[in-house]
Design a protein around this ligand. Structure first.
Ligand code: ATP
Ligand code: MG
Length: 173
């Protein structure tokens, strides 16, 4: 029996956007199965991490339905110890042979652990960026075109934009 080649793609997906979709399409051409790690899973209700792990699972699972490869979506909490992080990730995920990331720290940590790291092109990074999308949401600007329709529906369902605006406020005078 031939060995299944699994690739890991890890991100915070706050929120999942069309840049992530394009990366996954590239990865789907290269591996048999994709593991999607939802990083900083314990974080939510913060301006740079507004959505819960469960909400992000919903976003990602709906968006990957169109992919022709099997996917596993695994929430991964932070351990605040970079030198042990790769072992932590491996302890939670199905076995994988290659990691795809454009995040320099993630690439460095897997590389140091002797795991093959594949970069993918950056797809319109000025436009497709979680940080930018969160800023657009907070300032009532157009953001829906930057995420798959199914993701926009999830964000509407959970009143995500209102949440982001509420948590951006302070009780300072
Ligand atoms: P944030 O601004 O909140 O960090 P992000 O857009 O970088 O959001 P992440 O969830 O941090 O999204 O990214 C997951 C992975 O996807 C990282 O490896 C990141 O470099 C990569 N990525 C994000 N946007 C793009 C893009 N437009 N093209 C290619 N890769 C991307
Ligand atoms: Mg990022």
């Amino acid at each position: 029996m031939e060995k299944v080649c699994r690739g890991l793609y890890i991100g915070r997906f706050q929120p999942y956007h069309r840049g992530h979709s394009q990366v996954l399409q590239v990865i789907a051409e290269k591996v048999d199965e994709i593991i999607i790690g939802i990083g900083s899973a314990q974080q939510s209700h913060q301006t740079n991490n507004p959505f819960t792990a469960g909400e992000r699972v919903l976003m990602v699972s709906q968006a990957v339905e169109k992919l022709n490869v099997k996917t596993y979506i695994i929430p991964i909490e932070d351990i605040h110890r970079n030198s042990l992080w790769v072992s932590h990730v491996k302890s939670l995920t199905p076995p994988f042979q290659v990691v795809y990331s454009n995040n320099p720290l993630v690439m460095e940590l897997f590389c140091e652990a002797g795991i093959k790291v594949g970069g993918t092109p950056l797809f319109n990074r000025e436009k497709y960026s979680g940080k930018r999308i969160r800023e657009l949401m907070q300032t009532d600007k157009k953001w829906k075109d930057l995420v798959p329709k199914s993701v926009a529906r999830v964000i509407d369902e959970i009143d995500g934009v209102d949440r982001l605006k509420h948590i951006a406020k302070t009780d300072d005078s």
